[in-house]
Design a protein around this ligand. Structure first.
Ligand code: SF4
Ligand code: SF4
Ligand code: SF4
Length: 317
């Protein structure tokens, strides 16, 4: 792999020739805003927010999908770049509900963060807004299509696990939306509540329902722990207020870690002070259940009881 010499915002750097401008900029601590980019997913250059100006090119290029070339001179904050990003963000805000005061994602939302950084606001207008399509059917995930910015990260991350592929785009233009299976609710669909999609959603269109109303992004403390349920060791954050652990939320499934509901609930049971009742999906319906059934340990506990009873009968400890 050869190296190339490039200049980004006046700073010279030598980088491998197989990386993108966005990745090269990161090496210089230059943050380029992006809503659809994720280092663990295919690059689709859908949101266009990461555009940069390259000297000698007559159009802006998306930095996530453009590889570095020797001698490139790149500007990530030129007037044209900033104006273009502001236009893209304003269009998103113009069809987005003004719900930051109560949105569970506030403080951890990329649309909110970039709107702040680029000095943009929601605007009053009489034009169309994205339709209100709230899916409250799952006890684990709240899906709010009105807040969706159609970055497609949820679709790409769900389909990374071969037997899932639950989510996809449906319809066209302004009516485009993310659907589960054949436009079913999350409850009716084949969704397994692994929360991969929730961890990658950059806005409040998919949120962890079990953390809702308990803690906000800037509240309390959080500690990262590894799941003990299997060898993948997915990471979870234990969210706490004072000495009380109030919720467990999944971290993004990096390095091939699949994430699963069982791992998340086991972690919840082990760490959360007052865990909510778990729910199992049976024939397309969520049913409240108990922890032994949910974690599939009923048979194991029964077997242990029998062995202990036999030992007692035999007079052993
Ligand atoms: S998704 Fe982000 S921008 Fe939208 S209401 Fe929630 S915090 Fe605000
Ligand atoms: S929770 Fe998991 S299975 Fe369900 S839609 Fe999201 S990524 Fe797919
Ligand atoms: S639900 Fe979230 S991750 Fe999926 S397309 Fe919409 S904004 Fe992107």
């Amino acid at each position: 792999m050869a190296n190339v010499k490039i200049i980004i915002d006046g700073q010279k750097i030598t980088v491998p020739n197989n990386i993108s401008i966005l990745e090269a900029a990161k090496k210089l601590d230059i943050e380029i805003p992006a809503l659809c980019y994720d280092p663990n997913l295919d690059v689709v250059a859908a949101c266009r927010l990461c555009v940069v100006e390259i000297e000698g090119s007559n159009k802006l290029e998306t930095s996530c999908s453009t590889r570095v070339r020797d001698g490139m001179v790149i500007h990530t904050k030129s007037d044209l770049v900033v104006k273009t990003r502001k236009d893209i963000l304003q269009l998103l805000l113009d069809s987005h509900p003004n719900d930051c005061l109560t949105c569970q994602k506030a403080g951890d939302c990329y649309l909110q963060k970039y709107a702040y950084e680029y000095g943009l606001k929601f605007r009053d207008h009489s034009g169309s807004m994205r339709p209100q399509l709230l899916d409250t059917s799952s006890p684990y995930i709240l899906k709010d299509n009105a807040k969706c910015i159609l970055c497609g990260k949820c679709v790409r991350t769900c389909s990374q696990v071969s037997d899932r592929m639950v989510l996809s785009f449906s319809e066209r233009g302004y009516s485009t939306k993310i659907i589960a299976d054949f436009d079913q609710t999350l409850e009716e669909s084949s969704c397994v509540s692994c929360n991969r999609c929730v961890t990658v959603c950059p806005v409040g269109a998919l949120v962890d329902k079990r953390a809702m109303g308990k803690i906000r992004a800037w509240d309390g403390a959080s500690k990262v722990i590894k799941c003990k349920s299997c060898q993948y060791g997915c990471e979870f954050e234990i969210k706490s207020k004072g000495t009380v652990n109030v919720a467990v939320v999944a971290k993004p499934p990096a390095n091939g870690r699949p994430l699963c509901l069982k791992g998340r609930l086991t972690t919840e049971l082990l760490y959360v002070d007052k865990p909510e009742a778990p729910y199992r999906k049976i024939n397309g319906q969520f049913i409240e259940t108990n922890w032994t059934k949910m974690l599939g340990i009923e048979d194991i506990l029964e077997r242990i009881d029998k062995i202990n009873a036999e030992k007692e009968r035999e007079g052993k400890e």
